[in-house]
Write a protein that binds this ligand. Structure first.
Ligand code: NAD
Length: 494
């Protein structure tokens, strides 16, 4: 059986004391195993990143930039190969996998502008004969810990800017679909990134525990579920690291009575069931305002019947399987419990049969959902769309704002004034106006509010430059030595 290795100091390392299973979710078969790093293997990788740091941070911005141009070419050329890896381990359909890679490459494109992004500031003559300038310098060794649902894009969110800023990196991908990280690290090596600058440590909690506590790791970027994000934030901060930890989500799509209902229904189906609902920006709650709910539920359920669910390798498939059998059963349990909580299951995805042992489940639509029901309160992370009916715009905003998560949200309306008010009122980090999945382009930053993000800075884009660098301010004077005197007073500006 193929073993997915670590990538440490420029080489694959496969030996391990423990291995984890890697399934093909479309067949349900374990096709590979992944080496799980011990504490000492993780320390070895940290040592490699630390050793590579002085030379990498001294590498000119021009040379760094060229590596990003080259890696972009390599990953663009090999997109179909990487997409096939994503589909075989994650299960998402090939076109979606290619889309994920393209969105990830935006962060490499952003990194090619690093010499602009790292420019400091300068003020001349702030006091008589005194100038001040600021520079931004790397923080050091950065740990990047990523989730299963975007095995290429989320690593690229982090490593593009982390490397551009002159840091060295330890990437700890999800153990459920770990091959993409190796593919990306080897593409960087081929593009000329020196050994040890980008290391991949495969593993689980044992490896993460070392990354959170080791004194040589200076910053931690994490994306995953809220309970883990919160604990990572606390533990890494306790050990003196800067941390950004992005958590889970429950994204609401508000549909006002004046919206085009066909367009809203198309958007809701696409955003709720794409990638089997395993996107942190998936729409999981549809908020129908006023008297449109019956028509909207009808429009959505009629579209659901036509969705083609099957292996991601079949070009006809629009949705693939879930990541594991356990996750599929957990998703099913929410649909199973919805009626007893007082909701109405309009379409029950559990009833769809598949002639495969893959981790498939059909798409579900649950109406008359309310806060307090499990199907509303929990992040399900599967192809289940809940409909909450409210009377007014204010009720809709209150619902979104009272939710513990605040990752993304969207409003569907033809009324520009209502959309502008929503943008002003709503407590979420990313807002779509007639855009159901408002993932910002790579020149802006990505991040939620409330329990969707622990930390101060969002990910990628301009915030990432702040996160992955430390500011330094230099005050300079070149006086005539003959004017020098002793003065014990605190320096005054004049
Ligand atoms: P997860 O929290 O289970 O795992 C994320 C990472 O943490 C993995 O690398 C995993 O190995 C590691 N990990 C898991 N348990 C750990 C523990 N006890 N101690 C230390 N490390 C641990 O998340 P997942 O299931 O891989 O991904 C799905 C979740 O990620 C969803 O909640 C989704 O909303 C969230 N997500 C959020 C965003 C965002 O931008 N906010 C983006 C993608 C995914």
């Amino acid at each position: 059986m193929e073993t997915i290795p670590h990538f440490i100091n420029g080489s694959r390392v496969s030996d391990a004391e423990r291995f984890g299973p890697v399934f093909n979710p479309a067949t349900g078969e374990q096709e590979k195993q992944v080496a799980l790093a011990s504490a000492s293997r993780t320390e070895e990788a940290i040592a490699s990143a630390r050793a590579a740091l002085p030379a990498w941070r001294a590498t000119s911005l021009a040379k760094r930039t060229n590596i990003f141009f080259r890696v972009r070419e390599i990953l663009n050329q090999r997109k179909p190969e990487l997409a096939a890896i994503l589909t075989s381990e994650h299960g998402k359909v090939l076109s979606d996998a290619e889309g994920e890679i393209s969105r990830g490459l935006e962060n490499i494109e952003f990194a090619t502008g690093l010499s602009h992004m790292l420019k400091g500031e300068r003020s001349e003559q702030v006091s008589s004969g005194i100038d001040v300038h600021s520079v931004r310098q790397p923080v050091g060794v950065v740990a990047c810990i990523t989730p299963f649902n975007f095995p290429a894009m989320v690593p690229l969110w982090m490593i593009g800017s982390a490397l551009a800023c002159g840091n060295t990196v330890l990437l700890k991908p999800s153990e459920k679909d770990p091959s993409a990280a190796i593919f990306i690290a080897e593409a960087f090596a081929e593009a000329g990134l020196p050994a040890g600058v980008l290391n991949v440590v495969q593993g689980d909690k044992e490896a993460v525990d070392v990354l959170l506590e080791h004194p040589d790791v200076k910053a931690v970027s994490f994306v995953g579920s809220t309970p883990i994000a919160q604990s990572i934030y606390k533990r890494a901060a306790d050990h003196g690291k800067r941390v950004q930890a992005l958590g889970g989500a429950k994204n609401h799509m508000v549909v006002l009575p004046d919206a085009d209902l066909d367009m809203a229904a198309d958007a809701a189906v696409s955003a709720a069931y794409g990638s089997a609902g395993e996107r942190c920006m998936a729409v999981s709650v549809l908020v129908a305002v006023g008297n449109i709910a019956d028509d909207l539920v009808q429009a959505i359920s009629s579209r659901m019947a036509g969705l083609k669910i099957g292996p991601g390798t079949d070009p006809a498939s629009q949705m693939g399987p879930l990541i594991t059998a356990e996750h599929r059963d957990r998703v099913a349990s929410y649909v199973a419990g919805a009626e007893s909580e007082g909701a109405t299951v309009v379409v029950d995805g559990r009833s769809q049969q598949f002639d495969s042992n893959g981790f498939f489940i059909g798409v579900s639509l649950v109406d008359h959902v309310k806060p307090g029901m499990r199907v509303y309160d929990d992040e399900i992370f599967g192809p289940v769309l809940s409909v909450v009916r409210v009377d007014t715009y204010s009720d809709a905003v209150r619902l979104v704002n009272e939710n513990e998560f605040g990752n993304g949200t969207a409003i569907f309306t033809r009324d520009g004034g209502a959309a502008r008010q929503f943008e002003f009122d709503v407590d979420a980090g990313m807002v779509g106006v007639n855009v159901p999945i408002p993932v910002p382009v790579g020149t802006f930053s990505f991040g939620g509010w409330k329990n969707s993000l622990f930390g101060d800075t969002h990910m990628y884009g301009p915030d990432s430059i702040r996160f992955y660098t430390r500011g330094k301010v230099v005050t300079t004077r070149w006086p005539d030595p003959s004017t020098s005197v002793i003065d014990l007073g605190f320096p005054q500006i004049d």
